[in-house]
Design a protein around this ligand. Sequence first.
Ligand code: HPA
Length: 238
Amino acid sequence: MSSQVPTPHISAAEGDFAKVVLMPGDPLRARFIAENFLEEPKLVTSVRNVLGYTGTYKGEPISVMASGMGMPSMGIYATELYKFYGVETIIRVGSAGSISPKADLYDIVLAQGACTTSAWQNQYHLPGTYAPIADFDLLQSAVKRAAEMNTKVVVGNILSNDAFYGEDENFVSAWQRMGVLGIEMETAALYMIAADLGKKALGIFAISDNLITGKSLPSKEREVGFGTMMELALSMEK
Ligand code: HPA
């Protein structure tokens, strides 16, 4: 691993990342998490302003780094972290738009599986359709921790969609019919990379908008769901 770092997109040195990385989409959210939830956070990479930090949580080393938006961006950062920085576990902490009556604003969704519209998956040249899934141990420990916290979580399928502005009524109802809970843009890539490299991944989401009712959380309110999601991601067994 040593001669391969820094990578084209991460300027950290060998050993700068913990084995576990939390990944929000937004670099400023990565900074917010580092500064507000970790002890002694240290900036370890900032190529293209995609910020990554390592600190500790209750004495355990943990990193947080942004993925950017969409599967190609997640694909670059997750691959480099797993392959060249010795990272074993990535937990995506993001927001998603609900398309299910089971998950409303403020709810937390655990992505058991992640469908996708993205051609990004074509690189694997599979003779069929792959079903990207979460690591079962991580999923189980998130469910267990949520119960201890008395926090409602909805577990099921999500959709990693390429076209944020292509989510019209017909599109939503087609995925809704299949019981998909919500839409975001990165997790299917994360799950496929983890599978390919023999690593662990889980996506945890705070529902920020509801594509059925058209309601969305004002920015101040988003922090409520966000705080609960962070507590869950940080305190669950990893
Ligand atoms: N679509 C895609 N990504 C999202 C959404 C959405 O509606 N809400 C939050 N992230």
